[in-house]
Design a protein around this ligand. Structure first.
Ligand SMILES: C[S@@+](CC[C@H](N)C(=O)[O-])C[C@H]1O[C@@H](n2cnc3c(N)ncnc32)[C@H](O)[C@@H]1O
Length: 196
């Protein structure tokens, strides 16, 4: 996990969004493409660990002229920042030390285009993260919940969303369950015009 391969220009083409990254089962590349090619400029990662996915998001923000905020309780902050600095991406990454749901509840930096939920994986944590961060998501933005296959808590929140027991009105979202790798649920936030 020490080294992440961020390819050069060959990596930056849209085909990766729908085909190559999914077939290769590389979720990092998938969310890189999702944020890069939807023009996202404010993205949040909940759970940074050693900075693997954060580096992909920061790279997308370098292209888009945006900022990736990474929220973590901080155990691996030094490793994460060293990794991002080694890749010369620190200008597009801000580390926020704290509890992911609490940071969401007190967030004052405005609306965001993408939230990657990958911090505490038990049910209460994932549900609290979704509840705290969903209001900060722009209409047209995306939330991805990781490990819905490999972790029971994340899986339970994902099934609540897909069966209409979401912590938000279901008219507000379109869901895309991804069952490869550890599984993920990608939710798009819709606007008022989608209300029946
Ligand atoms: C699965 S790892 C994140 C992996 C990272 N997203 C990646 O793909 O490279 C989970 C991280 O969440 C952090 N974490 C766990 N509970 C948290 C909480 N309540 N608030 C903030 N971070 C938390 C842990 O410290 C750990 O670094």
């Amino acid at each position: 996990m020490e080294q992440v391969q961020l390819c050069g220009d060959d990596f930056d083409h849209v085909n990766l969004l729908t085909s190559e990254s999914m077939m290769a089962g590389q979720f990092d590349q998938f969310i890189y493409c999702l944020t890069r090619f939807t023009g996202a400029r404010e993205v949040v990662e909940l759970g940074v660990w050693k900075g693997q996915t954060a580096a992909f998001l920061a790279k997308a923000m370098k292209h888009n002229g945006g900022m990736c905020y990474g929220v973590d309780v901080g155990e691996y902050q030094t490793e994460a920042m060293a990794h991002i600095e080694r890749l010369q991406l620190s200008r597009w990454f801000t580390y926020i030390r704290g509890d992911s749901a609490e940071v969401g509840r007190t967030w004052k930096r405005g609306r965001v285009n993408f939230v990657f939920v990958d911090a505490g994986h038990d049910y209460d944590h994932v549900r609290a993260d979704v509840e705290a961060w969903w209001p900060h998501l722009r209409v047209g933005g995306y939330m991805a919940i990781h490990d819905i296959v490999s972790r029971d808590g994340a899986g339970r929140v994902a099934s609540e969303i897909t069966t209409g027991k979401a912590p938000f009105d279901t008219w507000q979202c379109l869901v895309l369950p991804l069952y490869w790798e550890h599984g993920a649920l990608v939710v798009t936030k819709l606007g008022e015009s989608h209300r029946e």
